[in-house]
Design a protein around this ligand. Structure first.
Ligand code: WTA
Length: 650
């Protein structure tokens, strides 16, 4: 156990931090003993048109889940992220844009410029007939227009739904249709790591499967040629230039949806996670300031993509609500070489740097020189998110990048939670490599015994991680399917929010996330439902059946392992493996590309026909000693065959 190795913040850091150890204890206790009082106070972080009287009105009752925070409050998110900063920081940089190509100049967008852009974009949306409550799908790369589009929607009360630019046309079409979007905002093409993604042509392909009423706003980012459909396609930049730079911020109820973000679960299609206006922004703002110990004047950089929740909360909403300078990076960590992250830190004097363990592992493998040749003296704090971080990567991050002087915050949270749920607070806690440590204010974690669902009271224990009561950043519902919301998160363990993760609590009461306990896998910090990959595979004419599991992968954390049963008359071949890989990439996107495909003449099933993934996971892990009880299988010989195949092919 590494529980004994702890890294306390320096006296200096603790003395200047927003929250030190004593303050954490005091604030945490207050947030639990008097949630109403605590969150009423925290709501004052924001500017309200009407300050809420009712603070918390929530129920986790499994057949009647209802979550409302600040329900009679009125505010506008864009006014909070932009307008209210104009008085004091009109000329301060709000967004630094660092392009993919390091030879191209970075852009510094001030709050004043941001205000103008957002208003112009909002007016363009209005001119296209977008109204309060309408859905707008955003399919953009990491360019400032993505932030303008988000805030423009918020300004007029439209609900945005960002689709990660790495998703395929099919995935885009499904999301446009599921939320009934009125329009989609995309770009011509997007350079990333020196390669170009044809976003507009992907969108054209997607729109073939959508209502012909859906308009397409195109940001001419690279100027590359694209097809153009008169009457449907609109040049956003051109319209923005001709739009008014004034647009009133619409008064919104705190519980009005701010955005929908699709995420993968154990079963079925991705769910539209719905986040609110008042509770979400309060939570985003507080967590951003406290977890990263953000101070006036700091340049803050989160390397996530706005297509994921991390980009929503910790590139755009949290930092801008706090009047911060937030960096948006269009590229990848290894282009032009493995020094890029550190060069960007040096160039823009980044103070807080937040990334995923997979990136750290990939860069770690390239050697220290790429890091040490850069001047990283501006760094004050490091953060990680998205998957458990192995101690080796943690130590490298701490020693080589942080030079032992930057606290590391390992932040555990989810698309559903809106913001950090567990993390050390950098001025308060002595960190441990690989531990998410402590609950954030207002968060009451419980460890449950997986089968009985009983709370385990002992301090040192392991089990399923659930949350006892609501917090303001929590998702409110699944878009169009409240029952699915109740079923997914509140029915397995009644009365609790079930996270889908397992955890360990050590003797000090600190939490360690052990990974998903359901059929969700985490590939390079991207969350994926194995069921989605399976349904993509079985959609191929030559595939009869497929089962997908995760297996340990040095860089990605988990890789995608596919067992495929072919149709009777189909011959297995390496060619066909290639074909299936390409097929899945087109069905879902490159992030879902199978790492390993194994032909499976049969799959291990129970007599009732349920695939026993536990066994498949073990075989994928090359762990044949611990297959457990296979006597309930309809045909136990299937397992031997699979093992033999696995061993032969490595
Ligand atoms: C995993 C990303 C360990 C976890 C913000 C969770 C983590 C899923 C951590 C959510 C962490 C996230 N340590 N595991 N610090 N952060 N996870 O919705 O399994 O894309 O359930 O949100 O990522 O992924 P999502």
């Amino acid at each position: 156990m590494t529980d004994q190795t702890t890294y306390p913040p320096s006296d200096d850091f603790a003395a200047n931090a927003h929250v030190n150890a004593a303050k954490y204890d005091e604030m945490y206790a207050a947030s639990i003993n008097d949630p109403e009082g605590f969150w009423r106070e925290q709501a004052r972080r924001l500017d309200w048109m009407t300050f809420p009287q009712t603070i918390k009105n929530t129920s986790f009752k499994s057949d009647d889940v209802s979550i409302k925070w600040y329900e009679d409050g009125v505010l506008n998110v864009a006014a909070n992220c932009v307008d209210r900063h104009l008085e004091k920081r009109a000329d301060q940089t709000a967004i630094i844009f660092e392009p993919d190509d390091p030879e191209k100049p970075a852009q510094h967008i001030t709050y004043k410029e941001l205000s103008e852009k957002v208003n112009r974009m909002a007016n363009v949306l209005l001119s296209q007939g977008v109204m309060r409550g309408d859905r707008v799908v955003i399919y953009l790369p990491m360019i400032p227009e993505a932030a303008y589009a988000m805030l423009a929607c918020a300004r007029i009360g439209a609900i945005h739904s960002i689709v990660f630019a790495g998703f395929s046309p099919d995935a885009l079409a499904n999301r446009i249709n599921d939320c009934g979007a009125k329009l989609v905002i995309t770009a011509d093409t997007a350079p990333r790591g020196g390669r170009v993604t044809a976003l507009k042509s992907n969108t054209d392909a997607a729109l073939l499967h959508c209502s012909d009423k859906v308009r397409c706003l195109v940001v001419k980012h690279t100027g590359d040629q694209t097809t153009w459909i008169q009457g449907r396609d609109v040049d956003v930049k051109y319209l923005m230039e001709h739009a008014s730079p004034e647009c009133p911020a619409r008064p919104m109820n705190a519980e009005d949806p701010l955005f929908i973000l699709y995420t993968s679960g154990s079963t079925g299609k991705p769910k539209g996670v719905v986040h609110s206006t008042g509770g979400y922004l309060t939570y985003a703002s507080l967590t951003h300031e406290v977890s990263f110990d953000y101070h006036e004047g700091d340049v803050y950089w989160c390397t996530a993509d706005v297509g994921w929740v991390t980009g929503h909360t910790y590139i755009v909403y949290g930092p801008l609500a706090n009047g911060a300078t937030t960096l948006m990076f269009e590229g990848v960590p290894t282009y032009p070489d493995a020094s890029r992250f550190w060069q960007v830190c040096e160039k823009h004097k980044v103070a807080q740097f937040y990334t995923a363990p997979t990136a750290i592992r990939a860069l770690m493998g390239q050697g220290e020189d790429f890091v040490t040749k850069c001047d990283l003296s501006s760094l004050k704090l490091l953060g990680t998110v998205g998957e458990p971080i192995n101690p080796e990567a943690w130590n490298w991050y701490n020693d080589v990048v942080g030079k032992g002087k930057c606290p590391i915050v390992d932040t555990w949270w989810q698309t559903e939670t809106g913001g950090h749920m567990m993390t050390p607070l950098p001025g308060a806690h002595a960190t441990k490599p690989g531990a998410a440590m402590k609950p954030f204010f207002g968060v009451q974690p419980v460890v449950l015994e997986p089968t009985s669902g009983e709370i385990i009271e002992e301090t040192a224990t392991e089990g399923v991680l659930a949350i006892k009561d609501s917090w303001p950043g929590q998702m409110r519902t699944v878009w169009g399917d409240h029952e699915r919301f109740e079923q997914t998160y509140f029915s397995d363990y009644k009365g609790y929010y079930f996270s889908g993760d397992g955890c360990r609590r050590d003797a000090d009461g600190d939490y360690w996330i052990t990974g998903r306990v359901d059929d969700v896998i985490n590939v390079s910090g991207h969350r994926m439902g194995t069921a989605e990959v399976e349904s993509a595979l079985v959609a191929h004419a030559k595939v009869a059946e497929a089962a997908v599991v995760g297996y340990p992968h040095d860089i990605k954390g988990q890789g995608i392992y596919c067992y495929v049963t072919l149709m009777n008359d189909v011959e297995p071949s390496d060619e066909l493996k290639k074909e299936l890989r390409t097929w899945v990439r087109t069905e879902i996107g490159p992030i879902a590309s199978p790492d390993l495909i194994q032909w499976a003449p049969g799959l291990p099933k129970t007599r009732s026909g349920k695939i026993m993934r536990r066994i498949l996971r073990k075989i994928a892990e090359n762990d044949y000693g611990a297959l457990g009880d296979i006597s309930t299988l309809a045909d136990p010989s299937v397992v031997e065959e699979l093992i033999e195949n696995r061993m032969n092919k490595g």
